[in-house]
Design a protein around this ligand. Structure first.
Ligand code: NAP
Length: 247
């Protein structure tokens, strides 16, 4: 018997990076997975997961900023798996610039996808979870939401907002046994961080007590913990997976 046998996990922004790694970890531990992303590549990613882990997986194209897409993704999850146990709000973008050069669109796009998108998906999933009287929601925030970062006013605001959203929903849903937590990764090796210049990477390593960038699986393992029976008395928390860069 695997840890997540019979569970259904829906992960947004799952065609690559952290989202894909999280989906693979759920599949490895027996869960059926629904991968959602704006990119068509998510369909192939789900097929690969099915093939590799011999669990059911579907890839659905959708945009977390569109309320109709969010409702549709949840409905399709129910059509295939009849329940939704775990939602991971992972979809996110960066549009970095110093604030005087940051245009309004780049501010709005980041807030819309990173924060409003998570709100819309929580709203869509909560209807089902409230009826089930059970569920887990894990929102992916960032260390930058905790400590700020020059050039990322939009991104850090969106990620700090995720923590407020998480704590409020934890309070709203606790009586129905829906646990809502956040995970705040530090600097993890994905496409989002691959463009960091060598010099910037070296500076970062000096600041990280564990002296390495994080791996996607470091984040996936924290998400699985917060989705499992081992964390059944934990809600409204923000778990840092950052190598100690912010304590
Ligand atoms: P990534 O490789 O850029 O993956 C993000 C995924 O989200 C992409 O597949 C992207 O698709 C998708 N996406 C973008 N807009 C979307 C929308 N409107 N609806 C649905 N999907 C959408 O990023 P990552 O590094 O894996 O990061 C995943 C999450 O972790 C993000 O929330 C990020 O902020 C957070 N995080 C990452 C790090 C890090 O070091 N990597 C650190 C802290 C927090 P397209 O590319 O096709 O648009």
């Amino acid at each position: 018997m695997k840890r997540f046998d019979g569970k259904t996990a829906l992960i947004t922004g799952a065609q690559r990076g952290l989202g894909l790694e999280i989906a693979k970890h759920f599949a490895l531990h027996g869960a059926n997975t629904v991968l959602m992303d704006v990119s068509d590549a998510v369909i192939g990613a789900a097929k690969e997961i099915e093939f590799k882990f011999q669990t059911k997986s579907i890839g659905l194209k959708g945009d977390v900023t569109k309320i109709a897409d969010c409702a549709n993704i949840v409905q399709k999850t129910l059509d295939s798996f009849f329940k939704l146990d775990i939602l991971v709000n992972n979809a996110g973008i960066t549009r970095d610039n110093l604030v005087l050069r940051m245009n309004e669109k780049d501010f709005d796009d980041v807030i819309n996808i990173n924060l409003k998108g998570a709100f819309l998906m929580c709203k869509a999933a909560a209807k089902t979870m409230l009826k089930q009287r059970e569920g887990r929601i894990i929102n992916i925030s960032s260390v930058v939401g905790q400590m700020g970062n020059a050039g990322q006013a939009n991104y850090s605001a969106s990620k700090a907002g995720i923590v407020g959203l998480t704590k409020s929903l934890a309070r709203e849903f606790a009586s129905r046994n829906i646990l809502v937590n956040a995970v705040s990764p530090g600097f993890i090796m994905t496409k989002m961080t691959e463009n960091l210049k060598e010099e910037a990477k070296e500076k970062l390593l000096e600041m990280i007590p564990l002296k390495r960038l994080g791996m996607p699986e470091d984040v996936a393992k924290a998400v699985l913990f917060l989705s499992s029976d081992d964390s059944s008395y934990i809600t409204g928390q923000n778990i840092a997976v950052n190598g100690g860069i912010y304590l």
